[in-house]
Ligand binder design. Structure first.
Ligand SMILES: Nc1ncnc2c1ncn2[C@@H]1O[C@H](COP(=O)(O)OP(=O)(O)OP(=O)(O)O)[C@@H](O)[C@H]1O
Ligand SMILES: [Mg+2]
Length: 255
């Protein structure tokens, strides 16, 4: 079983969009059973997959808070074959505050997923911070995908995130989590964007994937609760997301 985190402490770099599309791509194209776990109190995974915004069950909060709760009991099917989801909502923020006082606070997810076998692939979407929720995700993951927006500060952010990941490896005494892909997002056709991509390629040649541009159709698809492939199968965006998600799946070691 492969567990992969999509993280960046910076907000709005395309984490959720990419996590949802990678999960859907693996489910649809490789026929693996995929569980997408939303660990962000913004709860946007559910919204982008067309679920109603309100949920009285608070699945992600329950997973963290309830000792007996197992991931398989909280997973719900989506409109996509082989793709299940554990949704989150804003109650997760207060749960995170509460558990942060526990000594083992950063290892709760890790313990829940160590012996979990009901899905072949687990993908975690994370909030834009390096707090206790992201720590839990990192401890529970073997792989990390970093979506980085093509801006001047991206390089800085990347280096810091890699340090954070190294720190978790050191503390856990394991070789995981390990970066498997850096995905440049919101790429514009400007000289600065080209320079940023060149730098990323220079510093992180083994991890860099193709870049993703800004496509209005992606935003539109999400407003309809659909993936880009369900919404505009023949668009440029659909082709680019297909190629990049295939690259990410390969880096995750999913065949
Ligand atoms: N390639 C793209 N083209 C156009 N719009 C996009 C693209 N990728 C994401 N978006 C839009 O940009 C916004 C931010 O993307 P997303 O929510 O995936 O980022 P995020 O990193 O998860 O944000 P947060 O840090 O708040 O969780 C969303 O409104 C999404 O619809
Ligand atoms: Mg997000």
């Amino acid at each position: 079983m492969v567990r992969t985190a999509f993280i960046n402490e910076k907000g709005g770099t395309g984490k959720t969009t990419l996590a949802v599309h990678t999960a859907a791509w693996i489910a649809e194209n490789l026929g693996k059973k995929v569980l997408l776990v939303d660990m962000d109190p913004q709860g946007q995974v559910g919204k982008t997959l067309g679920f109603p915004a309100r949920d009285e069950r608070h699945p992600a909060s329950t997973l963290l808070q309830d000792k007996e709760a197992r991931p398989g009991d909280l997973a719900e099917p989506t409109a996509i074959d082989n793709l299940d989801v554990i949704r989150s909502d804003k109650t997760l923020a207060s749960v995170a505050e509460k558990i942060a006082r526990r000594k083992d606070a950063h290892r709760i997810l890790d313990e829940k997923f160590q012996r979990y076998r009901k899905h072949d692939v687990v993908i975690f979407d994370s909030p834009p911070s390096l707090g206790i929720l992201t720590q839990n995700i990192l401890w529970a993951s073997q792989n990390v995908v970093l979506p980085v927006a093509c801006t001047y500060l991206a390089l800085d952010g990347c280096a810091e995130l890699i340090q954070t990941i190294d720190q978790v490896q050191e503390e856990s005494g394991r070789k995981t989590p390990a970066v498997c892909a850096i995905v440049p997002t919101f790429r514009r056709r400007t000289r600065l964007a080209n320079e940023i991509l060149e730098r990323l390629d220079e510093y992180f040649p083994d991890w860099l994937t193709d870049s993703i541009g800004f496509y209005v159709a992606v935003d539109e698809a999400q407003s309809h609760g659909k993936t880009i492939w369900q919404y505009r199968k023949r668009s440029t965006a659909a082709q680019v997301f297909n190629d990049v998600c295939a690259q990410i799946a390969a880096r995750m070691g999913v065949k």
